[in-house]
Each structure stands twice: as C-alpha cells, then as structure tokens.
Design a protein around this ligand. Structure first.
Ligand SMILES: CC(C)(COP(=O)(O)OP(=O)(O)OC[C@H]1O[C@@H](n2cnc3c(N)ncnc32)[C@H](O)[C@@H]1OP(=O)(O)O)[C@@H](O)C(=O)NCCC(=O)NCCS
Length: 169
C-alpha cells in the first residue's frame, strides 16, 4: 500500500513531507500554539527547526516502512498552512487520520476539504475499508471537521472520541 506523494485538493495541495520545510513548519507551529497546544503534545514553546527536522526524517522513515504517510498542506500559491497524515496503527483494514491547521488559515473550511480528499484517496488503497479519527471530547473544531467530512462517532475510550468513515453515504 502506498498513497500518492502529491494530492490536489481544489485550492490546496498535499505533499509528502520534505525536511527543507522545517523552518517554515517551526514558524507555523509557534504561530499556532494557542490552538495546537491543548490537543497536540508536540506543540510546545520549545518546538523549533530541529524538532521539525526530526519529524520530517521520522516521516520519511515511516513512509518507507509503510506505517505512516504524512503530508504538508500548501495553498496553490505555496504557503505551508498545515499538516495531515495517515497511520496504520488501528490495524488491518483501517487507517487513522490526524491533522492540524496553521491558525491564520483556520476556520475557512480548508481542513475539511483536505480530510475529505485524503479520506477518499485512502479508501481507494488496497485493503483499506475504513478511516478512523480519535479526538478529545472538548476538541470541538476537530469534531466539526470530522463530522463535516462524514466521520461518525463509534465509541469513546478514556479521553478520546473515536469516529470512522467508510465512504460517502
Ligand atoms: C481542528 C483544526 C485542524 C480545524 O482546521 P480548520 O481549517 O479551521 O477547519 P475547518 O475550517 O474546515 O472547520 C472548522 C470547523 O470547526 C468549527 N469550530 C472551530 N472552533 C470551534 C469551537 N471552539 N467550537 C465549536 N466549533 C468550532 C468551525 O465553526 C468549523 O465548523 P463549521 O464549518 O461547521 O462552522 C484546527 O482547529 C486545528 O489545527 N486545531 C488544533 C489541532 C487539532 O486539534 N488537531 C486535531 C487533533 S484530533
């Protein structure tokens, strides 16, 4: 199973992570800390270029190993505005999706568009029957994105709501 390295999503382009974006990623994370920090443990005031570089290298290794497929999200004019990825950790038949958006570009439907496109691409991969997202119950923005993209709640475990998507209704 290998997803495409680049995906066109209307006004967005998803591109497999590259280390040369690390300075921009570090700036994006710092700029978005108030929104990211409550829900993403990596988002701290110490997150800098070295951490972004390490993430890119881990993403490359995991892509090669077939366990994680991470993309940066760009506008069509080349602004790096967020991150989205697929993980095999739910086990056979399923992929888990995760994402964050750079704050100045948030609230305008962009992540919903990215999730919709990546979900449909993921479901076209061999052996993938369903997509899963896990989010904190207080993460109303993530819940709204998932719901708008067609993910329905299937359970709650500890601090997480689990939703799944099996294809357009
Ligand atoms: C979740 C996140 C990616 C959304 O990105 P985005 O580009 O703003 O998403 P969209 O614009 O497509 O949709 C956001 C939706 O959340 C809603 N929303 C935003 N903040 C909200 C809040 N505090 N309460 C309720 N709804 C909220 C918006 O109204 C919108 O829904 P609507 O179109 O029905 O009005 C972004 O908020 C983020 O990066 N959050 C921090 C990281 C994170 O939580 N990642 C997910 C971990 S599971």
């Amino acid at each position: 199973m290998e997803p495409p390295e680049m995906i066109n999503a209307g006004e967005l382009v998803l591109k497999r992570w590259e280390p040369e974006w690390s300075a921009e990623v570090a700036a994006a994370v710092q700029e978005s800390l108030p929104e990211l920090a409550p829900f993403l443990p990596f988002a701290t005031p110490d997150y800098g270029v070295a951490e972004a570089q390490e993430y890119a290298e881990r993403s490359a290794a995991n892509w090669a190993a077939g366990t994680e497929f991470n993309y940066a999200i760009f506008t069509t004019v080349g602004d790096l505005i967020g991150s989205i990825g697929l993980m095999t950790r739910p086990g056979p038949g399923a992929l888990e999706i995760g994402y964050w958006m750079r704050t100045p570009w948030a609230g305008r439907g962009r992540m919903t568009a990215a999730v919709k496109v990546l979900s449909r691409v993921a479901l076209s991969l061999p052996g993938v029957e369903r997509l899963v997202i896990r989010h904190h119950p207080d993460n109303h923005a993530s819940a709204a994105v998932a719901a708008k993209a067609g993910f329905v709640e299937i359970g709650r475990e500890g601090d997480d709501v689990t939703r799944e998507f099996r294809g357009p209704a």
